[in-house]
Write a protein that binds this ligand. Structure first.
Ligand code: HEC
Length: 142
Protein backbone atom coordinates (compact mmCIF):
# COMPACT_ATOMS: atom_id res chain seq x y z
CA UNK A 1 0.00 0.00 0.00
CA UNK A 2 3.06 2.18 -0.15
CA UNK A 3 1.97 3.46 -3.54
CA UNK A 4 -1.34 4.78 -2.21
CA UNK A 5 0.32 6.15 0.93
CA UNK A 6 2.88 8.08 -1.08
CA UNK A 7 0.23 9.75 -3.15
CA UNK A 8 -2.26 10.14 -0.38
CA UNK A 9 -4.70 7.95 -2.28
CA UNK A 10 -5.81 10.93 -4.32
CA UNK A 11 -4.07 10.30 -7.56
CA UNK A 12 -6.70 10.26 -10.25
CA UNK A 13 -4.24 11.28 -12.89
CA UNK A 14 -3.32 7.85 -14.10
CA UNK A 15 -6.79 6.32 -14.48
CA UNK A 16 -8.06 9.53 -15.99
CA UNK A 17 -5.28 9.66 -18.54
CA UNK A 18 -5.90 6.07 -19.57
CA UNK A 19 -9.60 6.86 -19.91
CA UNK A 20 -8.73 9.78 -22.14
CA UNK A 21 -6.37 7.79 -24.31
CA UNK A 22 -8.98 5.03 -24.63
CA UNK A 23 -11.44 7.66 -25.77
CA UNK A 24 -8.91 9.02 -28.19
CA UNK A 25 -8.18 5.54 -29.53
CA UNK A 26 -11.88 4.90 -30.00
CA UNK A 27 -12.24 8.22 -31.81
CA UNK A 28 -9.32 7.31 -34.08
CA UNK A 29 -10.84 3.91 -34.83
CA UNK A 30 -14.21 5.51 -35.51
CA UNK A 31 -12.56 8.05 -37.81
CA UNK A 32 -10.69 5.40 -39.75
CA UNK A 33 -13.80 3.27 -40.10
CA UNK A 34 -15.65 6.31 -41.41
CA UNK A 35 -12.85 6.95 -43.89
CA UNK A 36 -12.68 3.32 -44.98
CA UNK A 37 -16.44 3.06 -45.49
CA UNK A 38 -16.59 6.31 -47.41
CA UNK A 39 -13.92 4.94 -49.74
CA UNK A 40 -15.92 1.76 -50.33
CA UNK A 41 -19.42 3.13 -50.12
CA UNK A 42 -19.66 4.05 -53.80
CA UNK A 43 -22.99 2.90 -55.17
CA UNK A 44 -23.14 0.45 -58.10
CA UNK A 45 -24.19 3.41 -60.25
CA UNK A 46 -21.08 5.36 -59.22
CA UNK A 47 -18.90 2.32 -59.84
CA UNK A 48 -20.47 1.91 -63.26
CA UNK A 49 -19.81 5.54 -64.17
CA UNK A 50 -16.21 5.18 -63.07
CA UNK A 51 -15.77 1.97 -65.08
CA UNK A 52 -17.39 3.58 -68.10
CA UNK A 53 -14.87 6.38 -68.20
CA UNK A 54 -11.89 4.24 -67.10
CA UNK A 55 -12.42 1.19 -69.30
CA UNK A 56 -15.03 1.79 -71.95
CA UNK A 57 -14.74 5.37 -73.17
CA UNK A 58 -11.46 4.67 -74.99
CA UNK A 59 -13.40 2.69 -77.56
CA UNK A 60 -17.03 3.63 -77.01
CA UNK A 61 -16.46 7.35 -76.57
CA UNK A 62 -17.43 9.63 -73.71
CA UNK A 63 -21.12 9.44 -74.53
CA UNK A 64 -21.33 6.01 -76.13
CA UNK A 65 -21.43 7.17 -79.72
CA UNK A 66 -18.69 4.66 -80.59
CA UNK A 67 -16.15 7.38 -81.29
CA UNK A 68 -13.48 6.84 -78.63
CA UNK A 69 -9.84 7.44 -79.59
CA UNK A 70 -9.22 3.69 -80.08
CA UNK A 71 -12.30 3.18 -82.24
CA UNK A 72 -10.53 4.04 -85.50
CA UNK A 73 -8.31 0.97 -85.13
CA UNK A 74 -11.23 -1.37 -84.65
CA UNK A 75 -13.07 -3.38 -87.23
CA UNK A 76 -15.95 -3.75 -86.68
CA UNK A 77 -16.35 -0.44 -84.88
CA UNK A 78 -18.10 -0.10 -81.54
CA UNK A 79 -21.81 0.46 -82.06
CA UNK A 80 -23.45 3.83 -81.51
CA UNK A 81 -25.41 3.22 -78.32
CA UNK A 82 -27.75 6.09 -79.23
CA UNK A 83 -28.88 4.35 -82.40
CA UNK A 84 -32.46 3.15 -81.88
CA UNK A 85 -31.97 0.31 -84.35
CA UNK A 86 -28.99 -0.93 -82.38
CA UNK A 87 -30.93 -0.58 -79.11
CA UNK A 88 -33.71 -2.72 -80.57
CA UNK A 89 -31.28 -5.34 -81.86
CA UNK A 90 -29.98 -6.42 -78.48
CA UNK A 91 -31.41 -7.59 -75.15
CA UNK A 92 -30.27 -6.46 -71.69
CA UNK A 93 -28.97 -9.98 -71.12
CA UNK A 94 -26.84 -9.85 -74.26
CA UNK A 95 -25.45 -6.45 -73.28
CA UNK A 96 -24.55 -7.78 -69.83
CA UNK A 97 -22.99 -10.91 -71.34
CA UNK A 98 -20.90 -8.91 -73.81
CA UNK A 99 -19.64 -6.70 -70.99
CA UNK A 100 -18.65 -9.58 -68.69
CA UNK A 101 -17.55 -12.25 -71.18
CA UNK A 102 -16.64 -10.18 -74.22
CA UNK A 103 -18.02 -9.81 -77.75
CA UNK A 104 -17.51 -13.45 -78.83
CA UNK A 105 -19.82 -14.66 -76.03
CA UNK A 106 -22.75 -13.18 -78.01
CA UNK A 107 -21.31 -13.86 -81.44
CA UNK A 108 -19.61 -10.45 -81.81
CA UNK A 109 -16.06 -9.29 -82.31
CA UNK A 110 -13.12 -9.92 -79.97
CA UNK A 111 -12.65 -6.14 -80.23
CA UNK A 112 -15.16 -6.05 -77.38
CA UNK A 113 -12.95 -7.25 -74.54
CA UNK A 114 -14.27 -9.23 -71.55
CA UNK A 115 -14.46 -7.82 -68.01
CA UNK A 116 -14.55 -11.07 -66.08
CA UNK A 117 -13.92 -9.28 -62.78
CA UNK A 118 -17.45 -7.89 -63.04
CA UNK A 119 -19.00 -11.36 -63.04
CA UNK A 120 -19.44 -11.17 -59.26
CA UNK A 121 -20.78 -7.63 -59.38
CA UNK A 122 -24.20 -8.02 -61.02
CA UNK A 123 -25.40 -4.67 -59.65
CA UNK A 124 -22.54 -2.85 -61.33
CA UNK A 125 -23.20 -4.71 -64.60
CA UNK A 126 -26.87 -3.79 -64.33
CA UNK A 127 -25.91 -0.15 -63.81
CA UNK A 128 -23.67 -0.31 -66.90
CA UNK A 129 -26.57 -1.71 -68.90
CA UNK A 130 -28.75 1.17 -67.69
CA UNK A 131 -26.17 3.72 -68.81
CA UNK A 132 -25.98 2.03 -72.23
CA UNK A 133 -29.78 1.94 -72.47
CA UNK A 134 -29.77 5.67 -71.83
CA UNK A 135 -31.67 5.22 -68.57
CA UNK A 136 -28.80 6.49 -66.46
CA UNK A 137 -26.51 9.45 -66.96
CA UNK A 138 -23.33 9.06 -68.90
CA UNK A 139 -20.27 9.72 -66.77
CA UNK A 140 -19.29 12.80 -68.73
CA UNK A 141 -22.73 14.12 -69.50
CA UNK A 142 -23.57 17.43 -67.82
C1 HEC B 1 -10.83 -2.15 -77.00
C2 HEC B 1 -12.06 -1.45 -77.34
C3 HEC B 1 -13.28 -1.67 -76.47
C4 HEC B 1 -13.39 -1.50 -75.11
C5 HEC B 1 -12.29 -1.08 -74.14
C6 HEC B 1 -14.76 -1.79 -74.77
N1 HEC B 1 -15.45 -2.13 -75.88
FE1 HEC B 1 -17.41 -2.61 -75.97
N2 HEC B 1 -17.25 -2.99 -77.96
C7 HEC B 1 -16.10 -2.77 -78.72
C8 HEC B 1 -16.38 -3.15 -80.09
C9 HEC B 1 -15.39 -3.08 -81.23
C10 HEC B 1 -17.70 -3.58 -80.13
C11 HEC B 1 -18.47 -4.10 -81.35
C12 HEC B 1 -18.34 -5.57 -81.47
C13 HEC B 1 -19.07 -6.07 -82.69
O1 HEC B 1 -19.93 -5.36 -83.20
O2 HEC B 1 -18.76 -7.17 -83.12
C14 HEC B 1 -18.22 -3.46 -78.77
C15 HEC B 1 -19.49 -3.81 -78.39
C16 HEC B 1 -20.03 -3.57 -77.16
C17 HEC B 1 -21.39 -3.83 -76.78
C18 HEC B 1 -22.50 -4.37 -77.63
C19 HEC B 1 -22.37 -5.68 -78.17
C20 HEC B 1 -22.61 -5.52 -79.63
O3 HEC B 1 -21.62 -5.43 -80.36
O4 HEC B 1 -23.75 -5.44 -80.07
C21 HEC B 1 -21.54 -3.44 -75.50
C22 HEC B 1 -22.81 -3.52 -74.68
C23 HEC B 1 -20.27 -2.96 -75.06
N3 HEC B 1 -19.38 -3.06 -76.07
C24 HEC B 1 -20.04 -2.46 -73.82
C25 HEC B 1 -18.77 -2.12 -73.35
C26 HEC B 1 -18.52 -1.70 -71.99
C27 HEC B 1 -19.56 -1.51 -70.93
C28 HEC B 1 -17.18 -1.52 -71.90
C29 HEC B 1 -16.38 -1.15 -70.69
C30 HEC B 1 -16.50 -2.03 -69.55
C31 HEC B 1 -16.60 -1.80 -73.20
N4 HEC B 1 -17.60 -2.16 -74.04
C32 HEC B 1 -15.26 -1.70 -73.49
C33 HEC B 1 -14.89 -2.30 -78.25
C34 HEC B 1 -14.58 -2.06 -76.94
Amino acid sequence: MRFLDDRGGRDYGQPRLSFLSKGFGAALIAASIALATSAFAASPADDAKQIMSDRCAACHGNTGSGDGPSAEYLNPKPPNFHDKKWQASITDEEIAKAIVHGGPSIGKSVGMAPNEDLENQPKVVKALVQIIRGKAKWPESP
